[in-house]
Write a protein that binds this ligand. Structure first.
Ligand code: AMP
Ligand code: ZN
Length: 114
């Protein structure tokens, strides 16, 4: 989608600090990190919110989550812990309408979230 920020990052039209890419996923550093590790894992396919998922996306979402865990492990957070977050729409604070898995680690994270 030409106007979508994360589609443009995936296309290389907007710079990002790439962490990982494969045929279906792209991962990059969050521009306003909320923890020592704050990486976003996104599908190359434009999907605006979790409400747009159906069963055909199950493998894709599974790959997103497993990639997030792999990135956390690479950064040494597997044993100590890390958090993955998928925000959906206004009440969750979603600001970019291309689904993205936040991977946060490297500090103790409060619960419940705000
Ligand atoms: P959300 O609030 O779940 O929609 O998260 C959107 C995230 O995208 C926020 O954590 C932003 O800091 C991040 N973000 C916004 N613009 C950029 C960008 N150009 N590069 C990297 N991360 C970004
Ligand atoms: Zn997009």
């Amino acid at each position: 989608m030409a106007t979508c920020l994360f589609c443009r990052i995936i296309a290389g039209e907007i710079p990002s600090k790439k962490v990982y890419e494969d045929a279906e996923l792209f991962a990059f550093e969050d521009i306003h990190p909320q923890a020592p590790t704050h990486v976003l894992v996104v599908p190359r396919q434009h999907l605006a919110t979790l409400n747009d998922l159906d069963a055909s996306h199950d493998a894709l979402v599974g790959a997103m989550v497993r990639r997030g865990a792999a990135i956390a492990a690479e950064r040494g957070h597997a044993a100590g812990g890390f958090r993955t977050v998928l925000n959906c729409n206004a009440d969750a604070g979603q600001t970019v309408f291309h689904i993205h898995l936040h991977v946060l680690g490297g500090r103790s994270l409060g619960w419940p979230p705000g």
